[in-house]
Design a protein around this ligand. Structure first.
Ligand code: ADP
Length: 332
C-alpha cells in the first residue's frame, strides 16, 4: 500500500516540477527568440539596409534566415536537454523526497498495527480461558453450586485482568495529548503516592522509607502521580514479603530526581533495554513467579515522562534489586 503511495506522490512532484520547467523553458524560448529577432533586424539589417539602400541582396537575406533558423533549433535543443535533465534528476529527487515525507506516517502505521496485534493477543488468552471453562461447565450437567461459584470467581478474575489491560491501553492512547506544565511540589506529590499505595505495601508487610528534599519541578500533577504510582507499584509487586523500599527526592545537575529502589529479584541486563517496550515482561516476571501484569506500566510511564520533558532511568542487578530514577526539569 505504501509503495503505491510513494509512486503516486513521486508522480505528483514530477508533474509539478515538469509544469514549472516547461513554463520556464517556454518563457526562455520566447525571450531568446525575441532577442535574436531584434538583434538581427535591429542592428545587422538596419546597417546593411543603410549601406545597400532599401532592398537587401538575396544572399544576405538567405544568410539571415539561415542564422535565425539555426539559432532557433539550438535554443530548442538546449531547452529539450534541460527538460530531460530536470525530468531525470527531478524524478530521483522526488522519489527520495516522497519517501522522506511518508516515512513517519509509515512508521506510525506500522507501530499501530503492532500495537493492535499485541493488544488482541493479550486479550485472546483470557477470553479463550474463560470460553473453555464455561463450555466445560455447560457440558457438565451435574455441576453443583460450589463448582459453579468457583467458575464464576475464576471468570471474574479474568475479567479484572482484562479491565486492567483495557484501562492501560486507554491510558496509553490518551497519553498522546500534550500536558499543561506548571510548578509542582515534588515532595508532596511523592508523599501522596506513598500514602495511596500504603495498603498495597502493608498487605505484603513492606516498609517504604522516604528521604524527600523539598523542591518543585515543572510537570502536570496527574502525569507525575501516575508515573510515580507505576514505579512504586512495580517495586511493591516485585519485592518479596517484608522487604524494604527506599524512595528519595533530591535536586541534582539542575534537575529534580525522584528515585525508587527495591530489593526485589532485579532485572537481567538483557531485559533492561526492553522493559519500557509495550507488552514486554521479563522472563522472571512471566514464569518464575505468578505476578500479575501486562507489561504496559513502564511504557505508559515512559510516554508520560517524555511529554513532561523528563526521563526515567532503570538500574538493576539480578538478585540485588532495581532502582528507577525519574528526572524532571526543576521549576524556576
Ligand atoms: P508489568 O509489571 O505489568 O509486567 P511493566 O511495564 O510495569 O509491566 O514492567 C515491565 C517489566 O519490567 C516487568 O514485567 C518486569 O519484568 C520488569 N520490572 C519492572 N519493574 C520492576 C522491578 N521493580 N523489579 C523487577 N522487575 C521489574
Amino acid at each position: 500500500m505504501f509503495k503505491s503511495a510513494y509512486i503516486r506522490l513521486t508522480a505528483w512532484y514530477v508533474v509539478i516540477l515538469m509544469a514549472l520547467s516547461l513554463a520556464f523553458s517556454l518563457w526562455v524560448y520566447r525571450e531568446a527568440m525575441n532577442e535574436v529577432r531584434l538583434g538581427l533586424s535591429g542592428q545587422v539589417v538596419v546597417k546593411l539596409q543603410s549601406r545597400f539602400g532599401t532592398g537587401l541582396p538575396a544572399d544576405v537575406t538567405a544568410a539571415i534566415e539561415t542564422q535565425y533558423r539555426e539559432t532557433h533549433w539550438r535554443i530548442v535543443g538546449n531547452l529539450v536537454l534541460l527538460n530531460i535533465g530536470v525530468l531525470g534528476i527531478g524524478a530521483i529527487a522526488s522519489y527520495a523526497l516522497s519517501r522522506r515525507t511518508l516515512q513517519p506516517i509509515g512508521d506510525a502505521l506500522e507501530a499501530q498495527n503492532r500495537f493492535t496485534a499485541d493488544a488482541s493477543h493479550e486479550l485472546r488468552t483470557p477470553l479463550a480461558a474463560m470460553k473453555t471453562e464455561i463450555e466445560v461447565a455447560l457440558r457438565d450437567t451435574g455441576a453443583d453450586k460450589k463448582e459453579l461459584r468457583e467458575l464464576l470467581a475464576s471468570n471474574l478474575e479474568e475479567i479484572d485482568r482484562m479491565s486492567n489491560l483495557t484501562e492501560g491501553l486507554l491510558t496509553l492512547a490518551r497519553s498522546d495529548s500534550t500536558p499543561t506544565l506548571s510548578p509542582l511540589d515534588a515532595k508532596q506529590a511523592t508523599e501522596e503516592v506513598i500514602q495511596r499505595l500504603g495498603p498495597l505495601a502493608k498487605a505484603k508487610k513492606i516498609t517504604v522509607q522516604a528521604d524527600l528534599e523539598p523542591f518543585s519541578v515543572m510537570g502536570e500533577a496527574k502525569s507525575v502521580t501516575a508515573i510515580l504510582c507505576i514505579l512504586l507499584e512495580n517495586a511493591i509487586k516485585y519485592s518479596p514479603q517484608g522487604a524494604g523500599i527506599q524512595v528519595s527526592a533530591k535536586r541534582k545537575d539542575g534537575q529534580g530526581h525522584i528515585t525508587i529502589a527495591d530489593t526485589g529479584p532485579g532485572i537481567a541486563q538483557s531485559d533492561l533495554p526492553h522493559i519500557f517496550d509495550r507488552f514486554y515482561r521479563a522472563d522472571s516476571s512471566r514464569s518464575k513467579e505468578n505476578i500479575a501484569g501486562h507489561g504496559l506500566g513502564l511504557s505508559i510511564a515512559q510516554k508520560l515522562v517524555s511529554g513532561l520533558g523528563g526521563t526515567i532511568e532503570a538500574k538493576s542487578k539480578v538478585g540485588e534489586g532495581s532502582e528507577f530514577t525519574l528526572r524532571l526539569p526543576l521549576a524556576q
